[in-house]
Design a protein around this ligand. Sequence first.
Ligand SMILES: [Zn+2]
Length: 235
Amino acid sequence: MPLSRMRRYCAALCLFAVLLLLGGTTQARAADPPPIAPFLDNVLASVDTYWHVTDAAAGRPAPSVQHVWVVPGGKVDTACGVPAADDAAFYCPDDDTIYVGQVFASAIYDGVLQGLPGQKAGFGRAAGDFAVAYVVAHEYAHNVQEESGALAGRTRALPTELNADCLAGTWARWAYGQGRLDPGDVQEAIDAALAVGDFDFLSPQHHGTPLERRDALLTGLNSGSPPACNRYLME
Ligand SMILES: [Zn+2]
């Protein structure tokens, strides 16, 4: 192709590329989720209110828990022997703190998180705002377990993990009653519970298969009753 024709082609193509880029940038901006930390704050406030109401109704002391939303690239020391970084999503009973990495939460919010065992095996998908909310409610439930004594002396994770999924479901049911859920939110939580299920049956850290985790969440969602979740602690 003669150079002059190539230039003309390039002029046309390059302009198209620039327009595409500009359009892409504008679209990406329009679709950007809100900053994740305020979203996590809102979810935590709702879960915290739920447990204050629930504990008061049951005559228990008010719950109390700290939280750290680990900033991107950050590394925070915890009292549990492992630092909390971008991929954090756990409750540490030794410093009574929920740790969630903002990178991890944003990846779920945006539906781009890869590598979850259930999801890799074809179960569910952790994506959307309510998938993130399920994670926060699950970690808060471990604080509820700590305060009730249900965490103490356990050698296997399974009973308290399924109980935490179920308790997350009771919060979701309450939030639904408050008119806080959008269409599709419950499905997002169910898909996330399936996605985080694992198959490490022989490990004491086995948290439950995708179907076990989904069913535990549904037990909480359908009943809206924390005592209905006690069955998992007996396992
Ligand atoms: Zn857990």
